[in-house]
Write a protein that binds this ligand. Structure first.
Ligand code: GTP
Ligand code: SPV
Ligand code: MN
Length: 601
């Protein structure tokens, strides 16, 4: 087998930041004995370490340097073509019983799974360097923050985690020397990047993740989906908080009144774009700021929900990103960014479908092949990504490091639905809102391997990320509601409804401010709405659509309820609940019956 990750040998003073905690040292020793690396590299996140790793990654073709004038300190990485997205079918939750993992997770027995994985890891790092990465999720002084260690044989993972997490000393300090302290154990090995030996396994009871056979994204940056969501959601339920697949944004009116909202949209359904929204000219004086673009950790304080973003950077979808759709993202990724699976132009710049301006006359596509505008293949993979520090975001919220988090006024659910679901509506109350989240659906995207465009139920956008029984997760949401004296209002949006011509009816992106404004109005008790069977619906004049080039019919269609479509939708809710095999809380069954009854004449 070709060695995919040849060892590197740092000079003195680099790679020797060995922590003191005995539990960590014992675990590293165990994994090293098993995987047999050439050497161990203890990461500290320093500038010197970074420079050394970049130089070695360039040497070994893990990274390609981009044109320093066009995109300073930025690099292109090409993943293996068989390894370009999360693999849900190879993702496992290994609780002691299948029932704890629940009907929506792949389950495998922990003892057998450890044995299988240890078999695959035996000798896997021979001739390679084993990196030990200490990282912290969440602001420095937050009670919600968590420490993780990731062992990996991938330099790309080290360089990416340096952007995505708070890496190094800060985590080591937070953990301290108590061998009983809570921290997450993550083991990752590329093995030979073979889909047949690709497994992403979670052991919630042990706070442990083992990922093998992939080098891509959410499969290997174990801080993200594996810790912050799957293990995170498990810990959150046990400890009384929430770990959610949500962006968090701040919105400030010209008068200086500020609200924070959190929004759960499934993968590749618009979180990063919404989190970085720039209001259109009509909304002069309004400001939108970003707390996070993918994950929210929330706790209850004084009867309200407060959220922090556990991450330190953005791992965002590249295709479609332009100065028109998302100027803040374009500015963020103009420097100090790792690009994965985009096209490389002849002058060392990056290109992708949907970028501003004309396509280059010639480029090298994400596979490394020649590409011209006449090529049938896409230049960038549909799930190509940027990895960029949140500090690059011109719209970063000033309270992003606030340990207490920011108070959440509204929670928004939303999916990618061509039909049925209106642009925006509001739940009647918390429990009804939980029902909206529990029954949301979305057309599948390139963020996960498999068919694209198939409508599937994706409760709270957590279907691939809930680390325990989904019925217990629904109950946790209901229980949190009981503890909130000042709960956020809950909404549902759909940017993706299509007209008869199969085109999006709604312009989306910055124009989503118009919907956000209505949400804020509702939070302040001012926005108008009509009571409909599915919830509070704005009428066209309740939304500020001034200076927007949109047809009246399109607006009617966007806000309309087609009773026939909703009969099918309610039947699909029932079918989904039934498919979960009796774990759905009584309250949500009742919500469904009430919804059906509201449609009766
Ligand atoms: P993950 O990182 O996978 O969790 O995705 P995400 O939810 O952050 O999605 P993102 O904002 O990256 O958007 C995914 C795709 O949807 C991109 O191609 C966007 O251009 C497109 N998109 C985002 N917002 C809108 C919108 O308001 N309208 C339309 N039509 N497309 C949008
Ligand atoms: C998602 O799929 O929701 C992502 C990308 O945010 S990944 O990190 O690959 O999971
Ligand atoms: Mn995501």
């Amino acid at each position: 087998m070709k060695n995919l990750a040849p060892a590197i040998f740092p000079p003195k003073g680099i790679g020797d930041a060995k922590p003191a905690n005995k539990a960590v040292l014992d675990w590293v020793q165990d994994i090293a004995t098993l995987t047999q690396p050439e050497n161990i590299f203890w990461c500290d996140g320093s500038e010197r370490e970074h420079e050394f790793l970049i130089a070695e990654s360039l040497n070994q073709n893990v990274l390609i340097e981009l044109n320093r004038k066009k995109v300073p300190r930025s690099y292109l990485h090409r993943s293996n073509p068989n390894d370009v997205a999360r693999v849900e079918q190879f993702t496992f939750v290994c609780t002691p019983t299948k029932q704890e993992a629940g009907p929506t997770n792949n389950w495998s027995e922990p003892g057998e799974t450890y044995a299988k994985l240890r078999g695959l890891l035996a000798g896997a790092m021979r001739g390679r360097t084993m990196f030990v990465i200490p990282y912290m999720m969440g602001p420095a002084d937050s009670p919600l923050s968590k420490v993780g260690f990731e062992i990996t044989d991938s330099k790309y993972v080290v360089l990416s985690l340096r952007i995505m997490t708070r890496l190094g000393e800060i985590a080591v300090k937070r953990l301290g020397n108590d061998p009983e302290a809570e921290w997450n154990r993550g083991v990752h090995s590329l093995l030979d990047i073979n889909p047949e030996r690709r497994f992403i396994c979670h052991f919630p009871q042990d706070n442990t993740i083992i990922s093998v056979g992939s080098g891509y994204g959410g499969n290997v940056l174990l801080s993200k989906k594996c810790l912050a969501l799957r293990i995170g959601s498990y810990l959150a339920r046990a400890q009384g908080w929430m770990a959610e697949h949500m962006l968090i944004l701040g919105v400030e009116s010209p008068e200086g009144r500020k609200h924070y909202v959190a929004a759960a949209f499934p993968s590749a359904c618009g979180k990063t774009n919404f989190a970085m929204l720039i209001p259109p000219a009509r909304f002069k004086g309004w400001k939108v700021t970003t707390i996070g673009d993918d994950i929210a950790w929330m706790r209850i304080r004084d009867g309200r929900l407060y959220a922090v973003n556990p991450e330190n950077g953005y791992f965002g979808v590249v295709p479609g990103t332009s100065h028109k759709s998302n100027p803040n993202a374009m500015r963020s990724i103009a420097h100090d960014t790792i690009y994965t699976n985009v096209a490389l132009t002849d002058d060392g710049d990056v290109w992708w479908e949907g970028k501003d301006a004309e396509p280059p006359a010639h480029a090298i596509d994400w596979l490394g092949n020649d590409w011209t505008p006449q090529s049938r293949e896409k230049a960038a993979h549909p799930n190509s990504r940027f990895t960029t520090p949140m500090r690059n975001n011109p719209a970063l919220d000033c309270d992003v490091e606030k340990g207490d988090g920011v108070p959440i006024s509204a929670i928004i659910f939303g999916g990618r639905r061509s039909d049925t679901v209106p642009l925006i509506y509001q739940a009647f109350d918390w429990n009804h809102g939980v029902y909206l989240g529990a029954t949301m659906a979305s057309e599948t995207t390139a963020a996960a391997a498999g068919a694209v465009g198939r409508v599937r139920r994706d409760p709270m956008a957590m279907l691939p990320f809930c680390g325990y029984n989904i019925g217990d997760y629904f109950q946790h949401w209901l229980d949190v509601g009981k503890r909130l004296t000042n709960p956020p209002l809950i909404f549902n949006v759909n940017w993706f409804r299509k007209g008869a011509d199969a085109k999006f009816l709604w312009p989306g992106f910055g124009e989503n401010m118009r919907v956000l404004k209505w949400i804020i109005d509702r939070c302040e008790g001012s926005g108008g709405a009509l009571k409909s069977p599915i919830g509070w619906l704005p009428s066209p004049h309740d939304l500020d659509l001034a200076e927007l080039d949109i047809d009246h019919n399109a607006v009617d269609e966007l806000l309309g309820l087609d009773h026939e479509e909703w009969q099918k939708e309610i039947a699909a809710h029932k079918e989904f609940f039934d498919s979960l095999g009796g774990v759905v809380p009584e309250e949500l069954q009742k919500q469904r019956e009430q919804l059906a009854a509201r449609f009766e004449p």
